[in-house]
Design a protein around this ligand. Structure first.
Ligand code: SF4
Length: 213
């Protein structure tokens, strides 16, 4: 079972309820979306072939119990499912960050899914598959990356109309370098939203353009 892997690295988890914890990231090559503010375009095509066993060996070498499988869009390669099963069987706590356009039905139930539905300013709103919500478990999480006030209003309507905030942890994250953090924080506080304000921690610890962190 072979996957195209963009990079495997050890860093600080920054984009979920696990934010702040040391984590091994497995970034898969390819993405079926083209978000306007994408910060991982290098994952669209760059990568090298690795077997599931080679990936597990590399992940084990970091001696860290938390692993996030991300991309690109990790679900674009069907072989990600055996990889996720292998990580679960190896007793890692496994996170999967996915873009909200591909079903998570085949993802093992033990994997904590973080579904990043796309706001209008990304240009990819039309790709959202809202029926993915029916595939989520109680430990899964939903994220919205907010670029402007229109995105914010849209996301608030979604978490209300689809009862997302009632069922899952919800993260609102500003697009880095586009939406002022304080502005988003003040919107959240003014509306008393039951969501978590989230920053991309790695961009504040290291150079924002650095890879492998
Ligand atoms: S889903 Fe993620 S990797 Fe794909 S284009 Fe959007 S931001 Fe980039």
């Amino acid at each position: 079972m072979i996957l195209n892997i963009n990079e495997i690295f050890y860093s600080i988890q920054g984009e979920s309820s696990y934010a702040g914890q040391p984590c091994v990231f497995v970034r898969l090559t390819y993405c079926n979306l083209r978000c306007k503010w994408c910060d991982t375009e290098y994952a669209f095509y760059e990568g090298s072939h690795m077997s599931v066993e080679d990936i597990l060996t590399k992940v084990r070498s970091f001696n860290c119990g938390l692993v996030e499988v991300t991309g690109g869009e990790p679900l674009f390669q069907p072989e990600v499912i055996p990889l996720l099963k292998g990580l679960v069987e190896a007793r890692f706590t496994v996170l999967l960050e996915t873009g909200g356009s591909l079903s998570v039905a085949d993802v093992p139930g033990e994997v904590i899914k973080i579904v990043d539905f796309k706001c209008p300013s990304s240009g990819m709103e039309h790709k959202n598959q809202w029926n993915i919500l029916n595939e989520l478990g109680t430990r899964d999480e939903v994220k919205f990356v907010i670029g402007d006030r229109a995105d914010y209003d849209w996301a608030v309507a979604k978490i209300t109309d689809l009862t997302i905030a009632d069922n899952w942890v919800v993260h609102f994250s500003p697009v880095f370098g586009v939406l002022d953090y304080k502005t988003l924080a003040e919107w959240l506080l003014a509306d008393r939203l039951d969501v978590r304000f989230q920053l991309q921690l790695h961009k504040h610890i290291w150079d924002p353009s650095a890879r492998g962190v």
